[in-house]
Ligand binder design. Structure first.
Ligand SMILES: [Zn+2]
Length: 336
């Protein structure tokens, strides 16, 4: 545990009236200065959801309109950012004395799944907080976490329709649709690694979040669930090959790339970088063959996954519009 004197509490109220309570190493820089990002942007915040009762689960997030794959469902500023090593006592004291009342009420209304042996603030942060990656210059202070008032309301599914992404440049958290979400549909994310088989997922969810998952995948009849387990385990094996650098050896041609895409689909895979790699290779293959419809289909998938991964289309929108403009177009077509 770090001594609290190593940290300076800073709070900041952007023009959108969202509120940020953050702990930063004890230098004299202001929070925006320290972050090197603008905290004055308010146009980036997006809300295409509502928070309401989810039968059997307390509260959940629901789409207010149809949302296309890759598009943003929600984007918001955190209400609390803190290094995990800071003492709960000091966080509790600062929430009580420094958070505006309406934000404090929202914080304490968040779900707390932890047993009474956890201090209340500790329980709420452990139930809801998300990790913030790539915090520049913070390596000495361990990982930071953020609490987001609405995004933390999204419930778990083992085949989620959304993926969480932290965007340091705007200092916001965002949920992107990983497939089409219909108006009124519940928005779900995965709290754990989706690659795990049923028994392991349940153990993890029970131990960390104290609930029994009843998502559509976990409610499958035994034979179908065993098949789902098999798909997830097969993908785990293949991903090991990919990470060891055997990607091209494993999937050098279109049928193998298509088999890989099916494997990702069957295993409800949430790893967007694997999806991007597979879709990108299929686009290239179909472009060299001059097969426009298939090239567009996979360029669209690559675009969706790149949006989820990076927040930009990565140039894929242009390929969706005109695959014939790529430099490999029909390069393997032999004119008769
Ligand atoms: Zn489940």
């Amino acid at each position: 545990m770090l001594a609290d004197r190593n940290f300076r509490l800073q709070f900041f109220i952007p023009p959108d009236k969202s509120f940020l309570l953050a702990y930063w190493p004890n230098d004299q820089k202001s929070l925006p200065e320290r972050l090197g990002v603008s905290l004055t942007l308010s146009a980036v915040l997006e809300c295409r959801y509502q928070i309401r009762t989810a039968p059997g689960k307390g509260v959940g997030m629901f789409a207010m309109e149809d949302i296309a794959p890759g598009a943003i469902v929600a984007r918001e500023r955190p209400i609390l950012v803190a290094p995990l090593m800071l003492s709960w006592d000091s966080i509790e004291r600062d929430i009580s004395s420094n958070m505006p009342e309406h934000v404090r009420e929202a914080f304490f209304a968040l779900h707390n799944c932890k047993p009474p042996s956890f201090a209340r603030v500790h329980g709420i942060i452990n139930t809801n907080a998300i990790n913030i990656d790539d915090m520049p210059g913070q390596t000495d202070f361990g990982p930071y976490v953020a609490v987001l008032k609405d995004i933390c309301r999204a419930n778990h599914s083992c085949n989620p329709n959304a993926i969480y992404r932290w965007d340091f440049a705007t200092f916001t958290g965002a949920l992107h649709a990983r497939r089409a979400i219909a108006a009124g549909e519940e928005v779900s994310i995965s709290y754990i690694g989706a690659h795990m088989p049923y028994a392991e997922r349940h153990e993890r969810l029970r131990d960390k979040y104290f609930f029994v998952c009843k998502c559509p995948v976990c409610n499958l009849p035994p034979a179908a669930r065993a098949e789902d387990d098999r798909a997830r385990q097969e993908l785990t094996f293949v991903r090991g090959l990919l990470e060891a650098g055997f990607y091209d050896e494993f999937a050098p041609d279109v049928p193998k790339q298509l088999a890989m895409a099916k494997m990702l689909e069957d295993a409800s895979d949430c790893n967007v970088s694997t999806w991007r790699a597979v879709a990108g290779k299929l686009v290239r293959a179909y472009c060299t063959l001059g097969e426009r419809a298939e090239a567009v289909k996979w360029a669209r998938r690559a675009m969706e996954m790149t949006l989820v991964d990076t927040g930009t289309d990565g140039g894929w929108a242009a390929v969706v519009a005109a695959p014939e403009n790529t430099d490999v177009w029909r390069s393997k077509v032999v004119d008769k």
